[in-house]
Design a protein around this ligand. Structure first.
Ligand SMILES: NC(=O)c1ccc[n+]([C@@H]2O[C@H](COP(=O)([O-])OP(=O)(O)OC[C@H]3O[C@@H](n4cnc5c(N)ncnc54)[C@H](O)[C@@H]3O)[C@@H](O)[C@H]2O)c1
Length: 378
């Protein structure tokens, strides 16, 4: 197995998960990190030997095979482009950029350089979502006519909850749609094999003005401050989005995305209706897949080597009864990306720059549809 050297830009919530997960692959060494805040402290905590305030310096001074981009959305373009220009492969967090134009430029650069640029749409890599894709491909559900679901969270419910994600400048035109809707849309397109062709959206903002802490707060923080430590900030991104979809294979559907539904920390729900059977996957019970059969008992399949589709065994790490979750899905995604760098014939289920561009286009069209209050073609 070839060994690789990785550098991680952004060591906040998700950057730390990338580092921990990469170490579990066995053939990837995290040799450097770059972050603008508390750089040395974070590198030492995570035992990474080299650390930089400037990602450019990291890429120039350290020999890297892959750069992981784990920073706020509005910085993805410049960091990923710099890496590609310097001959370094990229694994970028979603959404790929904040604009369609930037995403197009990255796709072009990937084509010119022949380098890999993967997107961490990790939900493709839960064993039971991977299995779902394969049984739909095999026709087990029959033709799929309905794709519905939700992606709900509650970490921005309170008026004092604040994050860079709330600002359109850092997040992009859409917030909930780009941040979590993009995961749901990528997942349902991946499992169904059908692309979204038309959208009709309705947004709402439950706190038009929020109280922002004057201190730096990391994503998903539950810290509370005195009243004097907050300032009023107008909000221009959606807290909730209801979206209807039409798909390329004839399916129709809808989804509700929100970060303000109390009690929902991370709840992804996908329900696929076919002419023979239905299937439902929920992130809260991610090791199971429910198969709905008319006039019969539901089948609840449990993740395991023997229970999943033969083509999904490669993303199962442990036997039945041994739970695999969020960071395991990252691990399976990264394993495929690194394996593919020198072995073009290995499985490539991971999302690439062109998938990231497609999701950006969907975010743009959903934004446009909400403004026009009508259906928009993608
Ligand atoms: N795949 C997933 O499930 C998942 C989960 C969470 C976040 N994300 C994505 O990961 C990205 C980061 O989100 P997060 O929750 O970790 O945010 P965060 O705020 O916790 O961390 C961001 C980090 O980036 C650093 N940073 C900002 N600008 C920088 C720059 N120019 N150079 C170097 N470092 C810089 C910040 O100091 C901070 O440490 C976002 O794009 C988000 O959408 C993906």
């Amino acid at each position: 197995m070839k060994n690789y050297k990785a550098g991680v830009v952004g060591t906040g919530f998700v950057g730390q998960i990338h580092i921990e997960t990469l170490r579990r692959l066995g053939n990837v060494e995290v040799v450097a990190v770059a972050d603008t805040i508390s750089t040395e402290q974070k590198a030492k905590k995570m035992n990474v030997p080299a650390y930089f305030k400037d990602y450019k310096e990291m890429m120039e001074k350290v020999d890297l095979d892959v750069v992981h981009v784990c920073t706020p959305n509005n910085t993805h373009y410049e960091i990923a482009m710099y890496a590609l220009e310097h001959g370094i492969n990229v694994i970028c967090e979603k959404p790929i950029t904040t604009t369609v134009k930037e995403a197009e430029q990255l796709v072009k650069k990937v084509e010119e350089t022949g380098l890999t640029m993967a997107l961490n749409f990790h939900n493709r890599f839960y064993p039971m979502t991977h299995h779902l894709r394969n049984i739909i491909k095999d026709g087990e559900l029959g033709d799929v006519f309905s794709i519905t679901g939700t992606y709900t969270q509650d970490w921005l419910l309170n008026i004092t909850d604040y994050s860079w994600r709330l600002s359109a400048e850092e997040s992009g035109k859409t917030r909930v749609v780009a941040d979590i809707g993009s995961h749901w849309m990528d997942l349902v397109e991946y499992v169904s094999g059908q692309k979204i062709t038309h959208v009709c959206a309705d947004f709402s903002i439950i706190h038009p003005i929020r109280k922002k802490s004057k201190k730096t707060v990391l994503a998903f923080s539950t810290e509370k401050f005195d009243d004097a430590d907050y300032e009023d900030v107008p909000i221009n991104t959606e807290d909730c989005a209801s979206v209807m979809f039409r798909f390329s294979g004839g399916a129709k559907g809808s989804a509700f995305f929100s970060q303000v539904i109390a009690g929902k920390s991370v709840d992804i729900d996908v329900l696929i209706g076919g002419y023979k059977k239905s299937a439902q996957w929920k992130s809260e019970i991610c090791n199971q897949l429910a198969i709905g059969i008319k006039d019969s008992f539901h089948e609840v399949l449990e993740k395991g080597y023997a229970t999943v589709h033969p083509d999904s065994r490669s993303v199962v790490a442990y036997p039945i009864g041994h739970a695999e979750g969020f960071s395991d899905a990252f691990k399976q995604c990264f394993a495929q990306v690194y394996n593919s760098l020198d072995n073009p014939n290995t499985p490539r289920d991971f999302a690439v720059a062109s998938d990231g561009l497609h999701e950006m286009l969907l975010c743009d069209k959903i934004f446009e549809s909400n403004q026009l209050m009508s259906w928009v073609e993608v």
